[in-house]
Design a protein around this ligand. Structure first.
Ligand code: AMP
Ligand code: ZN
Length: 484
């Protein structure tokens, strides 16, 4: 019944033992809110969403705290706000920055919601935790792990013997490899910024070192500490954050709170590519989650494709995978059409997820369940088998009765239960008409009903046992109106 996760820190798959099973705590580095999330940004969100669902299933929904931050201190947000100000927008620079962040956060919620991602328990914004960051920096200076110089505060990497352990680099190698010009106020070229001065026209906060703003790394250390404590269970992000961001988070937190462990397990997802190439603006293959949704790709399809690859492997977004996912989900949705809530999650699906979030394995197990249902006649499938299939898919956030995700399968947002009731009523009606036709030998009405059903995309199975109506991929319920 264990959960096993690959810890980037130990480079081993480990048995997960929560610090407190009544409150399992997760932190995921969230987006910098300057623009729409691109497709790659959705990957850590979906990986953590499955982890969150699994932990809630195992420890209870009220016993997991998931924190994902918004980085709203950033040059790119400032640049947008400045451009708006220059174009004549009203308001202070702080207000314009806030406006841009609010707008981006709204998009983020809408886009991740369309992918079926649950909202974390806490979504702290960096700008709302500045006093905690300042306090942490003061503490690091007092403990000789940081120093102030020319309005900046820098973390002294040599003061922390374990610096480089997460990413497996030594400070000397890093210095040798760094080719950038070193700022004169740094004692060691690898020392990194905790606080830096802000110019008058940009947002800034008063601090013991003058008006300025925090560095990116201290934001996560301070927010994670404030919301999750000195030690918590799992910290994650894409593996592009492993160095320097996560390495620096560890250095800051370990030195400020030497009694704590910071994060026990570090989880990193591999990068997303598009048709075998790195996604980049210069290659012309860069797109946002919203671009895909606007093209009519359902959020559930994006989710399915993402989860078809294990999080520790590079994942390739391809048109072919999108098509296949869409076909599979249409089929699965028609099989789960009459599912009721409260089904039992299949053991093989759960076991796959417990084994280092093997979402690919879980999807394979779902294929098996679907096959088993599909080989039976519709009326022969035990209700609990259908319910279990749906509940198992929902562990992955698929086949949810979520208007944003479910309505795509059939044109228009038609209530699934109502549709099934319609088909059941029509099956009864067809049986009745057929029985009468056997006596009168006039099959005109049977034929009329049958062809109307076929035209609406329903497969009509007639046998001595009765009539069965199976909605196919092209099922269009609006074409049944006036029939029953
Ligand atoms: P950012 O807003 O750039 O800080 O990124 C937000 C999250 O998206 C981080 O966890 C990144 O590691 C992750 N991320 C960025 N690009 C990709 C990609 N191509 N594939 C997977 N994850 C990514
Ligand atoms: Zn972070």
């Amino acid at each position: 019944m264990d959960i096993r996760l690959t810890n980037s820190k130990t480079r081993r798959k480990e048995r997960f033992e929560p610090l407190d099973p009544d409150n399992v705590r997760l932190y995921l580095c969230g987006p910098t809110v300057y623009d729409r999330a691109h497709l790659g940004n959705a990957r850590p969100v979906l990986v953590f969403d499955v982890l969150y669902r699994l932990l809630r299933h195992v420890y209870g929904a009220g016993h997991v705290t998931y924190v994902r931050n918004f980085t709203d201190v950033d040059d790119k947000i400032n640049a947008t706000a400045l451009a708006r100000k220059e174009a004549g927008a009203a308001g202070t620079i702080e207000e314009l920055v806030r406006e841009r962040s609010d707008e981006t956060i709204g998009w983020y919620h809408a886009d991740m919601g369309a992918l079926g991602a649950l909202r974390p328990d806490e979504e702290p914004r960096a700008t709302e935790f500045i006093p905690q960051m300042v306090a942490m920096i003061e503490d690091l200076i007092a403990k000789d792990h940081a120093y102030a110089a020319e309005g900046h505060v820098l973390f002294a990497v040599e003061s922390f013997a374990e610096y480089g352990q997460l990413s497996g680099r030594s400070v000397d190698d890093m210095i040798a490899g760094a080719r950038v010009e070193v700022a004169p106020y740094k004692r060691n070229p690898m020392d990194f910024v905790l606080w830096k001065p802000s110019s008058d026209e940009l947002p800034g906060w008063d601090s013991p070192w003058g008006r300025g703003r925090p560095g990116w790394h201290i934001e996560c250390s301070a927010m994670a500490h404030d919301l999750l404590g000195e030690s918590f269970d799992i910290h994650g992000g894409g593996n592009d954050l492993l160095f320097p961001h996560h390495e620096n988070e560890i250095a800051q937190s370990a030195c400020a709170f030497p009694e704590g462990d910071f994060a026990k397990i570090w989880l990193h997802n591999e990068m997303l590519q598009v048709e075998g190439k790195k996604m980049s603006k210069s290659l012309g293959n860069f797109f946002t989650v919203r671009d895909l949704l606007d093209q009519g790709v359902p959020g559930e399809v994006i989710r399915f494709v993402m989860l078809s690859t294990h999080y520790r492997k590079p994942m390739d977004w391809t048109e072919k995978k999108r098509e296949e996912a869409e076909k599979t989900l249409r089929k699965w949705r028609s099989l789960a059409n009459s599912a009721k809530s409260g089904g039992k999650v299949d053991a093989a699906v759960l076991e796959a997820l417990r084994d280092d979030l093997n979402t690919w394995g879980a999807i394979s197990a779902l294929h098996e369940l679907a096959k088993a249902i599909d080989t039976l006649q519709r009326h022969e499938v035990p209700q609990e088998q259908i319910d279990s299939f749906a509940a198992s898919a929902q562990m992955l956030g698929l086949l949810e009765d979520n208007a944003q995700m479910g309505a795509w399968v059939f044109d228009g947002a038609v209530d699934r239960m109502a549709r099934q009731t319609d088909l059941d009523a029509l099956a009864d009606r067809l049986s009745e008409v057929r029985r009468a036709a056997m006596e009168t030998k006039d099959f005109a009405e049977v034929d009329r009903l049958k062809s109307a059903l076929v035209e609406a995309g329903v497969e009509v199975r007639m046998s001595r046992a009765g009539v069965e109506l199976v909605p196919g991929q092209q099922f269009d319920p609006s074409r049944l109106e006036g029939l029953s």
